[in-house]
Write a protein that binds this ligand. Structure first.
Ligand code: 3PG
Ligand code: MG
Length: 396
């Protein structure tokens, strides 16, 4: 690897600015999944062990350059303190007086968290002035936020060019795991891509068909592909304006020899709610006043057959409305099959993305997967072979 790690850095008495991704799910003021927080513990502990002072830089939500109190990082403090096993100091701004004073007051053993970097418009613009103001707070920069490395922002990219920089332990682990599982994957390779919208995963789908042997499309996205083939999807979530794009992707797949797996049967309901009355019908028979909320059992059988033929599985996005029972059935069944094949040594399975990990956890399958990435977007872009700006900046 072309970048430095914490092993290469002299940290005694130094302030280490650590970019972390603690953009975690929160409900009623409580962190509901601390996976991303747990993954940064080794980095923070190693910095402390080397006599450095960790100062955490992070974003939370998408406040678009404004101070949005509901998107304060304060909400993560209890979960951070539990994970680190010690108190965490908080500064109300990531630059300016509050940040400077908090950094100046740090003693050995202290951990400081700075407020949401996206409260400043310069963050997402990668504004050199913001990067410089952040850099001025510390002596070295450590990027441990693989899951935000697809963003060229001031705290992920600009700052790395201003200070001696290295990758944190989580960044190292993510890149190593993905390299070893997917750099030269054993074929055939199947990718499962689900989720609501085609429009957000367009580039990905177009690039993936050239790289994988099977592409399973699930979730709301599958409806767009069905509709693009002239199928009536009733009131289903569907991007009708993406029909042309969906057809292009199907053509591209055909030319590349990639088999696209779309639902052949679907579970439909008239309401989006747990326990809603539902019917399973052929993919082209969704009632006009109903919506498709999951793939049906025939589709699951087909997906299981494909998994059985493959040696490598890449998974991002659920197959149905996994958050409401019973519309998690296809996702659960496919996840269990993947887990079983992985356990028997027949399959290398890698999954990434918040929803995906939640769905796999719900199915009790994530333990058996070969690797679970904390990243969603960054994982997908890495898989497409794109350069991640946050990683590239560490290399220079
Ligand atoms: C994520 O949760 O996907 C990362 O933290 C990046 O967040 P973003 O998609 O808002 O840039
Ligand atoms: Mg995202």
């Amino acid at each position: 690897m072309a970048w430095k790690t914490l092993d290469d850095m002299e940290l005694a008495g130094k302030v280490a600015l650590v970019r972390v991704d603690i953009n975690v799910p929160v409900e009623d003021g409580r962190v509901t999944d601390a996976t991303r927080i747990e993954r940064i513990v080794p980095t923070v502990k190693d910095i402390l062990a080397k006599g450095g002072k960790p100062v955490l830089l992070a974003h939370f939500g998408r406040p678009k350059g404004e101070v949005v109190p509901e998107m304060s990082l304060k909400v993560t403090l209890p979960a951070l303190e539990a994970a680190f096993g010690r108190g965490v100091i908080f500064a109300e701004d990531c630059i300016g007086l509050p940040a400077k004073q908090a950094v100046a007051a740090l003693s050995e053993g202290d951990i400081l968290l700075l407020e949401n970097t996206r409260f400043h418009a310069g963050e997402e613009k990668n504004d050199p002035a913001l990067a410089a103001a952040l850099a001025a707070l510390g002596d070295v920069y450590v990027n441990d936020a693989f899951s935000a490395a697809h963003r060229a922002h001031a705290s992920t990219e600009g700052i790395a060019r201003l200070l001696p920089s290295c990758a944190g332990r989580n960044m190292e682990a993510e890149l190593k795991a993905l390299e070893s599982a997917l750099a030269t994957p054993e074929r055939p390779v199947v990718a499962v891509v689900g989720g609501a919208k085609v429009s957000t995963k367009l580039d990905l789908l177009g690039n993936l068909v050239a790289k994988v042997d099977y592409l399973v499309i699930g979730g709301g996205m599958a409806n767009t592909f069905l509709a693009a083939q002239g199928i009536n999807v009733g009131k289903s979530l569907c991007e009708h304006d993406m029909a042309g794009t969906a057809r292009d992707i199907l053509d591209k797949a055909k030319a590349a020899g990639c088999e696209i797996v779309l639902p052949v049967d679907v579970v439909c309901a008239r309401e989006f709610r747990a326990g809603a009355e539902n019917v399973t019908v052929a993919a082209d028979a969704c009632p006009a006043d109903a919506m498709i909320l999951d793939a049906g059992p025939e589709t699951v059988k087909r997906i299981e057959e494909v998994f059985g033929k493959c040696k490598t599985l890449i998974w991002n996005g659920p197959l149905g409305a996994f958050e409401i029972d019973p519309f998690d059935a296809a996702t659960n069944a496919a996840a269990k099959k993947a887990a079983e094949l992985t356990k028997s040594g027949a399959l290398v399975s890698v999954a990434g993305g918040g929803d995906t990990v939640a769905a796999l956890n719900g199915a009790g399958a994530s333990e058996a997967f070969s690797y679970i990435s904390t990243a969603g977007g960054a994982f997908l872009e890495w898989m497409e072979g794109k350069t991640l700006p946050g990683v590239a900046a560490l290399e220079s």
